[in-house]
Ligand binder design. Structure first.
Ligand code: DX5
Ligand code: ZN
Length: 221
């Protein structure tokens, strides 16, 4: 069973010169949480945000912070991002050698723990960890950049992930990230997702409130 639907705009597509204003606007627009993309230039070919910026974002919004770590050796950084104010910390199964330990570390810090899968990684990689996580994140683009096109095969993976979660009675969120826009969000929702990351699909539009309202309308019907 899906949870209450949540829209999590990714600030990777925000105007960083005016980040404080952007956060205010997105909160007023009805965003449910802020998705923060952390990239290290190793796990993905881009470098973005560190704990220092997460700490600044924490001060600028009251929304929960959904921190997506696209980094190698996530264990080394869980503590720093937790202390910076993350509410959810998601790590990639491809990057964490001792995933169970990493998930425990996140929980010991009092945070919600998520695991994420690249488009080429099979769901089976999450089978032994699923019962311990609060969130499963299916990537619908290859991580590294915003503004990419949604990979259609993600839909079948989302359906299968929904079946796996329901089978074990998990209440974990099923989050989808990459290429989600007004024109495909309904399809992603009917596949079984209940948390939707959108970067360019929100920040690339003129009126954030109108976009988020319309997204919510499309996933509730
Ligand atoms: C991709 C990031 C995404 C990205 C989404 O590596 O994890 O969160 O910012 O951006 P859009 O919605 O533009 O694909
Ligand atoms: Zn992300």
């Amino acid at each position: 069973m899906a949870n209450e639907m949540k829209i999590a705009p990714s600030i990777l597509s925000a105007d960083f010169v005016r980040l404080g204003d952007e956060l205010g606007k997105i909160e007023d627009a009805g965003a449910d949480m802020i998705h923060i993309d952390v990239m290290d230039g190793h796990f993905v070919p881009n470098i973005t945000i560190g704990p220092f910026i997460v700490e600044a974002v924490r001060k600028a919004t009251s929304l929960p912070l959904d921190v997506h770590l696209m980094i190698d050796r996530p264990d080394d950084y869980v503590s720093a991002f937790a202390d910076a104010g993350a509410d959810i910390i998601t790590v990639h199964v491809e990057a964490a050698t001792h995933l169970h330990r990493t998930i425990q570390q996140i929980k010991e810090k009092g945070k919600k723990a998520g695991v994420s899968l690249n488009p080429s990684s099979p769901l089976i990689m999450t089978e032994c960890i699923l019962e311990y996580v609060d969130l499963l994140l299916i990537m619908s683009v290859n991580p590294g950049f915003s503004g990419q096109k949604f990979i259609p095969s993600a839909l079948e993976k989302i359906r299968e992930a929904r079946r796996m979660l329901d089978k074990i009675g998990s209440k974990a969120y099923l989050e989808v990230d990459g290429g989600i826009k007004l024109d495909n969000i309904a399809e992603v929702a009917s596949a079984g997702a209940d948390m939707f990351v959108s970067g360019s699909g929100v920040f690339g539009t003129q009126d954030y409130k109108k976009t988020i309202e319309e997204m919510k309308k499309r996933i509730s019907s």
